[in-house]
Write a protein that binds this ligand. Structure first.
Ligand SMILES: Cc1cc2nc3c(=O)[nH]c(=O)nc-3n(C[C@H](O)[C@H](O)[C@H](O)COP(=O)(O)O)c2cc1C
Ligand code: SF4
Length: 375
């Protein structure tokens, strides 16, 4: 029977347990996306906390892909020394580190572009969250984008990271190409599923050619977009099978985006009871049953009991969390040490506030507690 605290492998990568820190923007990069001392401090705490695998916050692969302030960049070879320091920090703390890479497509924020650039999107869309005029990317930009994924993965490998995760979820670039609501192209990159999948298949091929056969390539994928004409499970299972066939090494299952109703987004609030936990686990279980690659389940996990159940019942191979590790970077070691009470994170999303101010994300509840203890 599969156990949570046992050794496992994702391709060549050996992991000490089946817990994963899901990709989390930390708001610790500089204005051009370079790693800072604050970034390393954040990841050092995490690496020493016992989690089996850390997936970095999303790193933008071209200057016109930045979305949130102080996001990490991976679009220039000059960023390699910083990324290398980050990987060394995590390894020194006993952790393993995979880099998540993204083009945010029409969700990029041009106010943050380091130089002028246009927004890239598969096509025009009537998505109400879109505030800019969009035009369909011409073929030369699609080829540039595919090359940017390969270059970013190559930089991660050069920097000593243990693998790469393509961000294919939450309504960003890859998800925009996959979903009919955001991809209304009439050429070979739009229309039927084979065409909408094409850019992802080509990016995966380009990344694999760059990093070689042994180095893990993972993806975070929306199982359901929760928008009209968005991806549904029937199609995403088919995408999962194609990815498996094309050599992906693990699939993390998420859902929703800034375009879906708030209570169906990827980062949900009000996880107060056991029943609110694991809100995408049933979708992950369908991938586990039908797609023959390791599956990571994310979304609202808070208790060791729930995580253990998911692994024991073969509903996923790994369980990932984001917010619980912001409040408690040492959560896994706490559990291993015998204190198995629920994660203390109350899922209020207050942690974004300090990150947006350039101080790095932190738990607002902990800061308020510390302030009142000192008063
Ligand atoms: C502060 C913050 C930053 C996040 N940044 C990313 C990111 O860079 N990439 C990503 O795929 N998801 C990101 N997420 C979503 C998480 O990875 C995760 O899917 C979601 O928070 C649900 O998991 P949780 O309930 O364990 O927090 C972020 C979430 C938070 C709260
Ligand atoms: S502010 Fe703290 S309690 Fe609230 S979601 Fe973030 S980590 Fe959890």
């Amino acid at each position: 029977m599969t156990q949570l605290f046992e050794k496992s492998w994702i391709r060549s990568l050996e992991l000490s347990n089946r817990t994963v820190r899901s990709a989390t923007w930390t708001g610790t990069g500089d204005e051009k996306g370079f790693v800072t001392a604050l970034t390393c401090e954040f990841y050092d705490r995490l690496a020493r906390g016992g989690v089996g695998l850390i997936i970095s916050g999303y790193q933008y692969i071209l200057p016109n892909a930045v979305q949130l302030p102080y996001m990490l960049g991976n679009y220039d070879d000059a960023q390699v020394p910083g990324l290398k320091r980050l990987a060394e920090t995590v390894h020194a703390g006993g952790g393993k580190l995979v880099g998540q890479i993204v083009h945010t497509g029409f969700r990029a924020n041009p106010k943050l572009f380091p130089q002028e650039g246009e927004i890239w999107a598969p096509s025009e869309t009537n998505d109400p969250t879109v505030k800019h005029n969009l035009k369909a990317m011409p073929k030369n930009q699609i080829l540039e984008l595919i090359q940017a994924y390969a270059n970013a993965a190559r930089r991660l490998k050069q920097s000593g990271f243990d693998g790469v995760q393509l961000h294919g979820a939450h309504g960003y670039g890859i998800n925009q190409f996959l979903a009919p609501c955001w991809n209304q192209r009439g050429d070979s990159y739009g229309g039927n599923l084979s065409n909408r999948y094409r850019i992802l298949g080509e990016a995966l091929e380009a990344v694999r050619a760059e990093v070689g056969a042994d180095w893990p390539i993972m993806i975070k994928l929306n199982a359901v977009d929760f928008v009209e004409k968005g991806l549904e499970i029937r199609e995403t299972l088919e995408i999962g099978k194609r990815l498996a066939n094309d050599g992906i090494d693990a699939i993390e299952i998420s859902g929703g985006s800034a375009s879906s109703p708030k209570d169906l987004g990827p980062v949900r609030t009000k996880i107060n009871h056991d029943i609110d936990e694991a809100y995408f686990a049933d979708l992950a279980a369908q991938f586990k049953e039908k797609v023959k690659v390791p599956v990571i389940s994310v979304g609202g996990f808070r208790s060791l009991q729930k995580i253990g159940e998911i692994i024991k019942n073969n509903c996923a191979d790994y369980v990932s969390m984001a917010r619980p590790f912001i409040r408690e970077p040492g959560l896994v070691n706490r559990w291993l040490g015998g204190n198995i009470s629920r994660a203390t994170c109350i899922s209020c999303n207050g942690c974004f506030e300090s990150g947006l101010k350039g101080m790095g994300i932190s738990c607002k509840i902990e800061s308020e507690k510390a302030a009142s203890d000192n008063s």
